[in-house]
Design a protein around this ligand. Sequence first.
Ligand SMILES: [Mg+2]
Length: 194
Amino acid sequence: MSSQHILPKAILLDRDGVINFDSPDYILTPEQWLPIPHSLQAIALLKKYHIKVGLVSNQSALGRKKISPNIFQSIHSKMIQDIEAKGGCLDHIAYCPHHPDDGCTCRKPLVGMIQASLKAFDLSNAPESVMMIGDSLRDVQAAVAGGVKPILVQSGYGDADMILKKSQDIAPSIQVFPNLWAAITSILRAYPCS
Ligand SMILES: [Mg+2]
């Protein structure tokens, strides 16, 4: 082979707008948690390729008291069950429960959750081997700040053109895909020697 390709060692995923459909009114019940088509299969593909999967999710609905910790956990139980039913898994789950005014260090665009995930995967010294897939500018900002490779998907509810433009200001060569399935299959195709 003329060139060697190395698969990412881990991929961090935002939740809302990446794995499941997002809503400006937050996801407040397990019934409202609806996977974007093929996102669960995309996560299962990563397991097949032995790529670790981490969740990195702002959940200020908790800090805003719009949802109880119990209901929140039942949403995550459903998510985990649905992912496992398709053959995938989340190897690490990080979420920020804080209100934006709490002054925490985890809420994206800050890097707390990315650093925690890298640590959990023993990749703190190799952030360049990790990708972060998100649908918002905050995801891209956190990825850039954390030294991991940002990937943008346009399956959220925000203004996709505006998000892409602002993302390109801080990550000019950022790759953009319509959704998680397109992103993951493209990433895996880009590494034919794996
Ligand atoms: Mg999102």
